[in-house]
Design a protein around this ligand. Structure first.
Ligand code: C2E
Ligand code: MG
Ligand code: MG
Length: 621
């Protein structure tokens, strides 16, 4: 558990006999461990109740929480309370004399009723006490981190009795643990939403869309129906963004998203694909007329200017359409064809839609040319590496260096990896390219170390396509040829690589781990792997995606996500790296949250080999 997170309990204190204090510490440890390992939240809450029961004979534990309206309490966990009793408790309204729990929540303090038949706070609950044999009932408020009351933890005892110091500590500890479990659950819900939802517009994100598209294609194939994929790009949006600023740009995108959402049917899936690109999936369409009807409505919707801060912005949009099965039989081709058609719509003067036609090929041709250029790049070794240092948060020392590829394409200058890796992956060329990258990086570092420069961990990015069963041998050969020590190498893979259902990639990574090679999960938080799954994966490091780092500490949900990833990563024994650290405020937040390692422009941008050499030489002095 993150040491930055203080338990709200009074630590089982000196006033208790050692044995009792140890019992409470064990309770805390067991529950926190279950939280960290991602056990089911309901089960953990039940465990809290059961553990308390074992420490107080003839008692039953229960957790009540406010409902959404914050007017009533409902039973959230009470594993040993009879169903009939739970039904009577549900809907309890907090008040002056509302049993132990209702009163504790209302008065914001612990309530210890030692005799339910004589205590005025139980006056309205005599029958309940008799029916279920409750002699005494003690209740402790459950609070959020900020101190807000959210419910109560209670022990009901089948006899009259008063709590001693140990019982009071037990109640406090149980309530504090329940609060942590509930908070984690809320945070994970947020994390989940962030993984599937575009934060700016609230629309499904690219990832969710791709998943849904897969399902839709499968069911269209099964049912012999047609799908239409609409690729929508705002015309010259970049202009507005550059001249009017990002804030205005963001507001426009939000407005556009809600305008479009109103123009499509409930069953159609509208998603933000990235930047100013949106996609719509229309299922079970009859003919192209039907699709044209939808696109006409969309294009028409843009006829009304968007007003932001009393200024009108006239926007238009270009839409490309591809149809399943007519234009393509798989997801990626379908998307590419819609994208090609969209470009054609732009070429023809924008503000229109265009159906994909086999003759188009424009963008495809470009891809063909680029593929040929990539092949040449491999034989002519046009790839170079830049290096970006990663620093330890505690003492600021150099921990590792990430190698980032650049393509020096003749006539095009330096091409960034985001602009060609996808094609290399698509065409399988990533395998020879990846091998060159690994070799160059290892050789370069070996040379530096032979010349006496300081050692560090070398991180190399790997695409999922590279983990084909032969990668392991390739790595071993590279290590042998360059004399680079396995223990200093780390490979970075993305979440999707590890979510591979056949598990072959995971298998190969396991073998690499056995050689002593580190495996970092890159861009964590953007895919859909849950923190709970992490412990089954052969990874040693977690890199928080820079989209979560960008808006901390101001954005509360990003802050929660970053905090959760760090705390959980730490408790699973993984080193946690924050990518994209650009400001002192981000750095301070991450340090306070005990993030182990930091990488970003604040410290260094990716630099050439000779620049890194200078930096290393200087740090050795
Ligand atoms: P990545 O592995 O997540 O690498 C980090 C990216 O974030 C790099 O972009 C880096 O320049 C950028 N970055 C670092 N600090 C900051 C910051 O403070 N602010 C901002 N805004 N950006 C920062 P780059 O070099 O363009 O690489 C992009 C992606 O391309 C990489 O993301 C990685 O997924 C892929 N890539 C790079 N090199 C290779 C490679 O050798 N093989 C493979 N398969 N993929 C590579
Ligand atoms: Mg990386
Ligand atoms: Mg990354």
């Amino acid at each position: 558990m993150n040491p930055a997170e203080p338990l709200q309990t009074t630590a089982p204190s000196a006033e208790l006999p050692r044995e009792q204090a140890e019992q409470l510490i064990h309770l805390q440890k067991d529950i926190l461990e279950a939280v960290a390992l991602g056990h089911d939240r309901e089960t953990i809450l039940d465990d809290i109740c059961r553990s308390a029961e074992t420490m107080l004979p003839e008692s039953v534990g229960s957790i009540m929480l406010y409902d959404e309206s914050r007017t009533h309490l409902v039973v959230r966990s009470a594993p040993n309370v009879p169903e009939a009793a739970i039904q009577q408790l549900n809907g309890l309204v907090p008040g002056e004399c509302s049993g132990s729990c209702g009163t504790a929540v209302y008065q914001d303090k612990p309530v210890f009723v030692k005799n339910t038949l004589t205590d005025h706070r139980w006056a309205d609950f005599h029958q309940y006490a008799i029916d279920f044999d409750i002699g005494a009932c003690w209740s402790m408020p459950i609070r959020t981190e900020g101190g807000e009351i959210i419910g109560s933890f209670a022990l009901s005892i089948f006899r009259e009795c008063e709590p001693d110091a140990f019982h009071k500590h037990l109640l406090e500890t149980s309530a504090a643990l329940a609060s942590i479990v509930i908070r984690r659950q809320q945070e994970e819900t947020l994390l989940h939403a962030a993984a599937y939802q575009d934060t700016l517009t609230g629309l499904p994100n690219r990832y969710l869309f791709m998943q849904q598209l897969d399902h839709a294609i499968e069911s269209a194939r099964r049912n012999d129906t047609q799908l239409a994929l609409l690729f929508i790009d705002l015309d010259q949006f970049k202009n507005i963004n550059d001249t009017q600023g990002h804030e205005t740009g963001d507001r426009i995108l939000q407005t556009v998203a809600s305008t479009m959402a109103r123009r499509v049917r409930k069953m159609d899936l509208l998603a933000r694909f990235g930047g100013d690109e949106f996609v719509i999936l229309l299922e079970d369409i009859g003919d192209t007329e039907e699709v044209s009807h939808v696109t006409a409505k969309l294009i028409d919707a843009f006829n009304t200017p968007i007003t932001i801060r009393q200024r009108d912005y006239s926007l238009t949009t270009s839409i490309g359409i591809s149809l399943f099965p007519r234009d393509a039989g798989d997801r990626d081709t379908l998307l590419r064809r819609a994208d090609t058609a969209m470009y054609e719509a732009k070429k023809r003067g924008r503000n229109q839609c265009f159906f994909y036609q086999a003759e188009l090929g424009t963008r495809v041709d470009q891809h063909v040319a680029m593929e040929a250029a990539l092949r040449q790049a491999i034989t002519q070794r046009q790839f170079i590496l830049h290096y970006q240092p990663i620093y330890r948060a505690d003492d600021g020392g150099l921990d590792s260096v990430e190698a980032l590829v650049r393509w020096q394409r003749p006539g095009f200058g330096t091409v960034a990896p985001d602009d060609f890796i996808w094609l290399a992956e698509d065409t399988g060329l990533i395998k020879p390219i990846g091998e060159q990258i690994l070799f160059d990086a290892c050789r370069q570092c070996s040379e530096w170390w032979q010349s006496g420069l300081p050692h560090f961990q070398l991180a190399v990015n790997i695409s999922a396509r590279q983990l084909d069963g032969l990668f392991f041998d390739q790595v071993q050969q590279v290590l042998a040829r360059t004399g680079f020590p396995a223990g200093q190498l780390e490979i970075e893979v993305t979440e999707s690589t590890l979510m591979d259902p056949r598990g072959e990639a995971v298998e190969e990574l396991l073998r690499l781990r056995e050689l002593g090679i580190g495996v970092a999960m890159d861009d964590f938080g953007t895919g859909h792997s849950s923190l709970a799954q992490l412990k089954h994966l052969p990874i040693s490091k977690l890199k928080i995606d820079r989209s979560f780092v960008r808006d901390i500490p101001e954005d509360p949900s990003d802050a929660i996500i970053a905090r959760t990833i760090i705390a959980m990563g730490n408790s699973l024994g993984l080193k946690v790296v924050a990518e994209g650290v650009e400001s002192r405020a981000q750095e301070a937040f991450l340090k306070a949250e005990h993030c182990d390692l930091l990488q970003g422009y604040l410290f260094d941008r990716p630099m050439s080999a000779s620049e890194l050499e200078i930096l290393l030489a200087r740090s050795a002095d």
